[in-house]
Design a protein around this ligand. Structure first.
Ligand code: ZN
Length: 242
């Protein structure tokens, strides 16, 4: 099976469309959450995802949009954006987001929005944290989003620590046998210094993981955000990929 693995779309429809246009053929989409929040097109992104064969998770921003998380736990910009998203969501979008789990096990892979240990909140930002998370899932691989950074944390041969694999990679990565926590990066708000949308292709027959990047018209999303009065810092960061 070939899976299109995406995460953290954040209501950025232009970025999502660019990914869908760029991706080679696949059997199913795995979306690791944060479909809405920050960006200007929450309902349209939900609708687009629903049209595709997919398994999706909810992230902390999706929960915030549903009122399941107190907005005071977010920084000011995120709070303003989440309040706007709450007011904007249609009944249909809400009903869809309500159905999404925060973690899942599919085809031998664990999926979690943030981390297997704390699926809604924990950022897996370094190898030490990744290593501590290995005890919290039973499959060989766990796919996470949340940090918006494409990265692979793979258990070392001695299994006493994880190595960090950061791109750019020259081609598909062999998944190998060692356990790993893998992040496809963010479609709608990358934070690794590259403003292009990030996503991955998982081929479970070839046992490979391929990172891909695709540019999209950032200015379209920025213009829509300005028109909706969304915070300036959130508008500007899209062009920086930070
Ligand atoms: Zn996110």
């Amino acid at each position: 099976m070939r899976y299109l693995v995406i995460s953290d779309i954040h209501a950025n429809l232009a970025a999502l469309e660019a990914v869908l246009a760029d991706t080679p053929s696949y059997d199913e989409v795995w979306c690791l959450g944060d479909i809405v929040g920050y960006g200007p097109k929450p309902n349209e992104c939900v609708e687009r995802l629903r049209e595709l064969p997919h398994h999706s998770l909810a992230g902390n921003h999706d929960w915030a949009a549903l009122g399941r998380i107190d907005l005071s736990t977010f920084n000011l910009d995120a709070r303003v954006a989440n309040a706007w998203t709450q007011s904007e969501l249609t009944t249909v979008s809400r009903a869809f987001l309500e159905t999404l789990p925060i973690q899942a096990e599919i085809d031998g892979f664990t999926l979690a929005h943030a981390s297997p240990r704390e699926p809604v909140w924990e950022y897996v930002l370094d190898a030490r944290q990744a290593y501590a998370n290995l005890d919290h899932f039973s499959t060989t691989f766990c796919l996470v989003g949340h940090s918006h950074v494409p990265v692979v944390f793979r258990a070392n041969d001695d299994r006493r620590r994880c190595d960090t694999l950061l791109g750019p990679f020259s081609g598909p990565l062999e998944l190998g046998d060692e356990r790993a926590i893998i992040n496809p990066g963010s479609v709608g708000q990358p934070r690794d210094g590259d403003a292009r949308a990030s996503y991955a292709l998982l081929d479970t027959d070839a046992h490979t993981w391929e990172y891909r990047r695709v540019g999209y018209p950032v200015e379209i999303t920025q213009e829509l955000m300005r028109a909706r009065g969304l915070p300036r810092r959130l508008v500007e960061r899209l062009a920086l990929g930070r």
